[in-house]
Design a binder for this molecule. Sequence first.
Ligand code: HEM
Length: 225
Amino acid sequence: MYEFLTGPVLWLTFAVFFIGLAARFVWYVRGLDWKLDRVAYRQWPKYGIRGALRSIGFWLLPWGTRSWQVKPVFTLVFFAFHIGLLVTPIFLLGHNLLLDERWGFALPTLPAGVASFFTVMVMVAGLFLVIRRIALPEVRILTTWYDYLVLIIAVAPFATGYLAANHIGDYGFWLNIHIVTGIIWIVAIPLTKLSHFLMFFLTRAQIGMDYGIKRGGMKSKGMAW
Ligand code: HEM
């Protein structure tokens, strides 16, 4: 089972991940309106790229935008959640041993204590995000079962990995469940709203270009919009 999941199934999983994200990218760019977007973006690439990088950069900075500043505690939890989500799986010793064994290369790895801390941080922050969706009326009204499902998919490999790594319960069982939930995690990125992994950058780039060129960005340069 382990060999099958970490062999052919993992290959298929990464194929879905990369092909799915490439399709999302093409789909998004082709969906841009030529009258509203393309004409201005093509004409003024320098202002466009500057606006795009500004928008992405400030959103990637904790408290870098007004939206991040008005909810400082949520911002902290949200960044802790995402740092754990992205850093832990890539730099985990166990994952890199597998990578080395299967594909002959490995990345630098996190000390065990840090990896363990990040894993717990993802679980605690995930719980906080669930409570936030229940407790805040303005968030609750927008929340459907799909939002909880996405949160469960995001956190499941961390919970199961924690159980396996700490030998809580049957190690072999939790390891296989960890691999399956990890595969669902990777496949869900292009197929669900976890596609914001890529779409965040595309949508922020588009809005940044819009503001960098049309909505005031080029006011002093005589741009009429
Ligand atoms: C570079 C990659 C990523 C960026 C820039 C990013 C950014 C964001 C942003 C801006 C939000 C919306 C926050 C809000 O509600 O105001 C969000 C939400 C969320 N992200 Fe990501 N994300 C990334 C990767 C991921 C990955 C890989 C996962 C998990 C597989 C993930 C899971 C989530 C979840 C579950 C939420 C919803 C949280 C909630 O229910 O409130 N993100 N992300």
